[in-house]
Design a protein around this ligand. Sequence first.
Ligand SMILES: [Zn+2]
Length: 308
Amino acid sequence: MYNNAIPSNSMLVSRRIKTVSGCPRRSCNDIEDVNHMVGSCVKTMQVIALLNKWGFQVPVFDNFEECLTGLQRMIGKQNLSANLFRNAIWLVWKSRCKLVNTKREDSVNFIAAEAISYAVKSNFVNIHQDIWNANRLMLFNHWHPRPLGWIKSNFDGALRRNNSAGVGGVVRDHKGRFLLAFGNSLQHWDAAQTELHAVKSIKFVKRDWMSEALGVLIEGDNLNIIYMLQKEIIRWKVSNAIDDSLDFLLDFKQVIFSFTNWLGNKLANLCANLVVDGSFVWEDLQGTSIPSSFLNCLKEECETLDVP
Ligand SMILES: [Zn+2]
């Protein structure tokens, strides 16, 4: 698209190869150019809406120029979202070509699932490809009694004086609803190592429903640790060896490690700091022991998520 090399109908008209410049999708009624393909095309909008419904934060753009500046801004901050957006646009185009040639195109569900699958393959990790394929089929079964979405787990570490540190995390479903939070104290003086311990602590609070979820998105605000974890899984894929402290990751159907800035990691940070009052695992919000600072922060993030 950037090189204006996509043979869209408007491009073919400008080269006098075709006479109709409209999008081949009947419901679109719009000229098919790069602005349409990244923005207003019905299929693009449906795929992105579905990905966002599954809990990913894929951007929406009005036109190609806005798309380029938007993606530029996301570099290093929201790589996963940018990656999913690119995959979605590419797959929507592939499906459009299929429509032109065979009069049939891929479903929105299929394209969205493929977009995730490619993101996992190219940038992140895919632990059980076979299970993922089985799950992709499940996505089509709307009657499934328990639709399994992705869950998101944020983690963080906090150093304190006297070589003591806190690690904490919070697990939420694809709509941002609370599932579990934990905090643990340990002796440490190195910030990166503390962060790593925070991820490893997930092992001790792992529940069966986490393994049943479609996948687990693990977010942290230390880029080096995220890279390190990504490499560790790639190493496992090559040599089938994984550090004991990380073997719990193999129980998840899919794992994506993703970087978030500290603003996206406030709750996990709060958990790491709340450890001062002792270690904890919360599985519901009913307990009186849950501090209001945590509840307020959770509520704030739920509101910004704008979920139905
Ligand atoms: Zn269209």
